[in-house]
Structure formats: C-alpha cells, structure tokens
Design a protein around this ligand. Sequence first.
Ligand SMILES: [Zn+2]
Length: 426
Amino acid sequence: MPTEFHIGIDDTDSESGGCTTYTGAVLYQELYDIGIRPSDYPWLVRLNPNIPWKTRGNGAISIHLIIDEDQIETVQHLAVRITKETAHLSDKRADPAVVFLRGPVPMILQEYSLSALHNVLSIDQARSVARKASVETHLLKGSRGLIGSLASIGAGLDSVAHTFEIIAYRTRENLGTSRRVNSESIKVMDSKQGSGTFHNLDPESGRILVCPHGPDPVLLGIRGLTPQGVQDAFNRVQINETVERIMIFKTNQGTDAHLTQHRKVIELARYQSAVVTGRVDTVPKIVRGGHVIFQLSDETGSLSCAAYAPTRSLKAAARDLLPGDRARVYGGIRRYRNGKPTLNLEKIDLLSLVENVNKENPICNLCGSRCESMGRGQGLRCKKCGLHNETGTTIRIVTPRSLQLATYTAVVSARRHLSRPGNTVR
Ligand SMILES: [Zn+2]
C-alpha cells in the first residue's frame, strides 16, 4: 500500500557556505536516480524573517512523496546521508535537522508552520509538536534545525498561495569565486518575461538581484509565478561557468505570507511579524540616517513605526503622514524602547486620510499688513494700523495630500524573500 511520506530539512547552511536548498536539490535528484518520484516540487519555505539569529533568509526545505512502505527505510537512509554530506557541520552556526512524517500532515503541524511564519518558537515547543505529530527526528548536532524542518512539512504549499524559484548551483571548484553570469542577458530576460518573473533586478539602480554574493553554492535564482515561466526565464540567461545542477522549488516567497497576523499593540512581542491597524498620532520625524519614525496607536496602546532609508518609496510615504490618518502597518517588531515596541515597516495600507488644513489670518483691507486674532468670536485687528474688523475670521487653507488610499511598499532592493512583488506607489 503506498503511503504519504514527508521529509523536512533545515539549517544545513552557515556563514561559510552551504545552503539548505542545495541539500534539498541533491536529495530530490538522488531520489529520482533510484526511481522514486516525489509527488510535488520540493518546497522552499521561508519562515519569520524577523528572527535576528537567522540571517540567511530563514528558509527550510521539504520533500513530499507517495511511496510503498518497503521504500521508506531506503529514503530515510538517503536523506540522512545527503544531509550529512552537504551540511557544514564544522560551522557552529549550522544545526542540521532531518525529520520524517508518515501519512497525511496533521493539523498540529499545519498550525505550527503558520506560527513559525509569525512568531519566535522554542526548541522545547518543537520537540513537543514532533512528539504529538509522530514525527521522527534526526538531529545531526544541536536542535535548532528542528523548528524549520517541522514547519516546512506543514506549510501546505499544495493549497495556499505559492510561487516558484529555479535555482542553479555552482560546481565545487568555483565556490567563492565571482559568478560568471552575463548581466545584460538578465536585463533582457527581465524585459522579455514581463510579470511572469519578479525581483530579477532593482528597477531604480539596475542592480542584478538574481545572483547572491558570497561563498554559497547558489549561482543564481529566478523567481516567478509558474514552473514553465521560471524555466523559460532561466533559458534566456547566458551563463559562462559550469552549472552543477538546476532545481525548481515551489515556495511561499513573494506571497507576503508572514504579514497576515493581525494583532493589537498590547499583544506584540519582540521578533514577531505583525500587522497593526491604528491611527497616526504624531507628525513623522526624520532622524539621523534619513529614517522616518512616527507613532501609531490602537485602543490598546501605541507603537513606534520606523521606515528605514533604504526602503525609499515606503519612507517617502511615511514622511507624508499626518496625525489622524488611519493606517494598517506591516512589518517586524525588532526592539522595544522605553517599553514601547518598534515596528520595522515593510508595507503600509492607508485607510483614511485627514485634510491637511492650515489657518492663516487675512491681510488688512486698509494697509495690507497681516491682521491678528482678537480671540474667539472677537474678530481681527490689524497689528500695524489698528483697524478692527469685528466679523473677520481666519482663513482655512487646505493643501492637497500627496498620499492616496493605497498600499505603499519598499523599493524592490529593500524587500524580503517573502515580500509580494508589485504594489509600489510613488
Ligand atoms: Zn492695517
């Protein structure tokens, strides 16, 4: 009897190289080589990007199979061996984990995965979930990789919003050298593929975003909406070095999946991803470095919102807010200052805008200089000639707002793996 069988892998990467996606690609392809066909593309699952100790994009991998009981042992041996071979075990930051689940994914793992997109989870909690879901765990060193490997199995990318990424890997001898990919061909690909792919380049500076920097084995990765779209885009790129292997992943990148948890200010905690709806309380302040800070409150409290300078279009929108505007803000809680949470903004939805009204005293009819108010209901008096106008009032000056009731996002170069493409309003 064939059964569902799921493999989750996390934390095989490190600062000095390695990459969890590479482990996933090798395993997927070796399964193919022994005649085992996974039931879906391998999943590349990005988790809460606001956890500071996960600096490399917080991604985990899962592979999903429908296989005969008697193949399970072979698959498990292969998965553990390949994880050992590809993980950078000597690096103290790598904490690889491989986990196995027989049968359908239980609700508790789906809920756990959702939580891993928004919260900071403990290893004890991960152990408890693994036990309750009857997940078999293989920890190669420490336990930290357990969280992502469990969450990747439960991500439900067969039903929830997803995109695809095609990743090409470098050969071992090229690791650490500069990537020989023709930039012009990427620009041509970007213009030809239209909206089928995203985040190929920074449209403002023209900087290439598909190639990472540093020693990891990824030569380039192209993100897009369909497997065929990313394959076609890849075929247009001119590569001048040997490619070891190519893999297409199904992923939650580009879906804003981490920005779906609506919270009240009082519920916020450090390193969460959060969405808060409230009223702007202060005129935004531009601080050192060009960052923009404003206060927002709901009925439970207030928080500081920070739009950092590199987010450019987002920062520009934040700067033009006025007290009384209503907004939904999206981002990560990175720190508390004086007991107040600070949300690093990734996106703002403007829900309502106040009128930008200024009041001005009119000019004196007699001498042309500025009048002053005599107090409420007392009319105006000219400062220079003393003319008293008992019925005069101040003039309301309404300046049109530069903002619209729209969604404002960071420029492409300042977005996260999970950030949804498009949306930038200028
Ligand atoms: Zn006058």
